[in-house]
Design a protein around this ligand. Sequence first.
Ligand code: S3P
Length: 443
Amino acid sequence: MSHSAEPRPMTSRRSGPLTGEALVPGDKSISHRALILGAMAVGETRITGLLEGQDVLDTAKAMAAFGAQVTRHGPGEWSVHGVGVGGFRSPEGVIDCGNSGTGVRLIMGAMATTPIAATFTGDASLSRRPMARVTDPLSQFGARITARDGDRLPITIEGATDPVPLTYRTPVASAQIKSALLLAGLNVPGDTVVIEPEPTRDHSERMLAGFGAQVRSETTPEGHRVTLTGRPELRAQPVAVPRDPSSAGFPVAAALIVPGSEIRVPGVSRNPTRDGLYVTLQEMGADITFQNPREEGGEPVADLLVRHSRLKGVSVPAERAASMIDEFPILSVIAAFAEGATVMNGVAELRVKESDRIDAMARGLEANGVRVEETRDSMTVHGMPQVPGGGSAVTHLDHRIAMSFLILGLAAENPVGIDDAGPITTSFPDFVPLMTRLGASFD
Ligand code: S3P
């Protein structure tokens, strides 16, 4: 289900120092995977800290439709009784993945090697996004797939009856493609191999190993190679979902750009495949301290202490793009307050996210007096001592665009408007109350 169709315009205003603790929600990527692997395991998977954003709720509903028993016990506390690898049944209705590219791509992978049929759909944003990147390799396993023109949703998949193992080089660095193929590989005899041009987030590999699958990763001259041995018995595991470093990026950005701010963001995942924003911010001169490093739920985490900082522009190398792919919208806001230019290289994938994020950020920043240059695969933001603001941004059903411009308005001279705050519920339902408690001014 997508958010309500009625747009909810919102404005943010220059705010006094932000202070206090920001308890950001559970990691979206890990939440999807916990539900899906729980549904493919034998026994009961207990999940704590699950993100209850719309994207993840849609995946929970989908897992129930494929036959798993999914129960909510309390805030963030869920259990999944799985049906085992190959145990999915054909759902009765259409699977609506709402706004979630991760949800639809991973679930298509998870069912494509089981002889059942399912039809997938999504909201207007998801229905514009390319699916051939996943359906092409899934059909090489033996699945029969029909899609709307241009390989868009709705898509119907008849899963392979006798799936054959696959070695596949992904044309772009995408954890969604990799994960879809690894999940498909679970019900295939023999080894499924995915080779990606740059390492992408490795939550699927970590969790698959935790559930008892054999999965190996290595760096080779041809790229980052992941091998999964098919037909394991996945054993249900407790999953403690760490807090989402992508969601943490929003309060962190606000504290960096609003003078006098000092906030704590506890328990944030520091997985190196997700860490690019924080590496970049440190290069820009951000005052961020990582306290109390530890491991939670198989992921490295730390408590972040963030203070307002004088920042300088940097050039972000293309090789880092995959490790911060969802953070470029908020980085481009931070960059508007830095001294000099910030250049983001190798970011063509941003054009096929929930919106064309290069276009959405460039137009919205320009409307607020910031100079931006773009190419097909790069974006340059010219920082300025005072960001004028006073403009409005179009969010195109994209949660991260909506939150980025609300953060911009907290430090700009004049209020910044967005046309629709509704999509924020997909990943960060508590964003407005959480930011307001820190001292942010929204109306
Ligand atoms: C995700 C992977 C990324 C990211 C998305 C979540 C995941 O997409 O943008 O928000 O959970 O695997 P790509 O891997 O397609 O770049």
